[in-house]
Structures are given as C-alpha cells and as structure tokens.
Design a protein around this ligand. Sequence first.
Ligand code: MG
Ligand code: MG
Length: 254
Amino acid sequence: MIVRKSKAELEAMREGGEITAACLKMLARNVRPGVTTADLDQLAEEFIYDHGGKPEFKGYQGFPASICASPNAMIVHGIPGSYRLKDGDVISLDVGVRYEGFVTDSATTVAVGEISQDADGLLRTTRKCLSAAAEQMRAGNHLGDIGHAIQSVAEARGYGVVRDLVSHGVGRKMHEDPQIPNYGEPGSGPRLQPGMVFAIEPMITLGSYEIDLDERDGWSIYTADRSLAAHYEHTVAVTENGPLIITGSGVPGA
Ligand code: MG
Ligand code: MG
C-alpha cells in the first residue's frame, strides 16, 4: 500500500530534507584526495545530530555507519572505512536522516579532483536521469513513467540502468511501498496522487547493468563488470502544484 502524506507531514519531511541536503552539501565540500570515507562518515554523523536529526542508516539491518560511501565501480551501500579518496575517483555519498518521525533519503556522486571525460559524462547523464524522473512526479501520471524517464535518458547514451536495485517510497520508514524500477513502460502501474513521496535513485553504469554483492562485507554492491557507476537520489513528493523536491536545497549538481 502506498502511504500518502498529509500537508503537515510533508512539511515535517521538508524540514528534515533540508538537513539531508545540507549534510550532502557539506560532505561534497570535504571531498578531496587523501580524505577517507570514515572521515566523511564522522563529519556526516556529527552534522546530522547537531541539526536535530538522527542518522537513519546507522544500525539499519545492522549497517555500521551513518552514510554509504561507494567509490568508482561500487554502485551503492559502501561501508565507510579506511578507503582514501584519490584524484580521478568518483564517490557516491548517500545520506538518510530521520527528523520528526520521518525519513528523507538523498545521494550525490562527487568527482575527486580531475576526472575523465567518460566519468564526467556518466555523472552528467545520471543527474539528467534524476531530474527527468522527478519531473514525472505529477498527479495523474503513472508509476511506470518514472522509470521510463530514467531509462530513456540513460540508454540514449548507451549506459546501463541497474535493474536489481530500485527507487522506493519513503516516509515513516526508509523503505515503503512501492518499489520503483529505474526502467519501465510509460503509462504502466498505479496513478500518482498528491501526498505520495518517493526516493528516486537512478544507478547508472558505463557498462553492463549486472551487479555483484561483495560477500566479504555483505553490503557493498559493485558493477559485475567493474565499470564505473554513478548514483543520485532525491526524496520527491507529488503535490497539487507539481513535483516537490524535498531534499533539493543546495545538493550539488542534482
Ligand atoms: Mg539513499
Ligand atoms: Mg534510497
């Protein structure tokens, strides 16, 4: 069942979304060669608590950290640790904040120093995927329109759209119904209605869309062919006045 949020609930989510957005902006400012992903995690955790939120990822199904940090061919769910960022990396940073009982979920992919043209093209296109998908968050549209928008933008460039991980409803729980594939048929699925809030998160690759779980930590997910991946995410509401990007203020590049 897709839980719709009231105007008051959306307002609470909007306030929480500002913390999430500001946290990602702060993290992006701190991305540079030599910084470890554990450093970024610590900065995020302090920032979230300082702003009255709670890091939703910490302890989620046993996840040990406050952010996910996933460099290069790692798509998502990277555990922050001793990995030291280096010039030419791209790093997906994913943050979930609980505030006033509601979760907001957002991610960005940041270039470390100078990156290749291929990498830059992938990041640009994945941002376009996210904005095209958010644009579909209108009452009367269908759920399938969201994935279709992502797939159209990515595949026009020959990129892979990860199929085994999805966008999702978000609210009192981080993962609510529906699960939203990042590909699909226009006009398919339920109609969107005001109050629906989804975390839309295209995961796009330079190669194949097949994925590979790192059995050593049980979390990190890579592209199976180890091609470069990018991941952006916003929490977006359907409102009577069109799409409302709840985690939109100040997230770099998204
Ligand atoms: Mg996320
Ligand atoms: Mg998410």
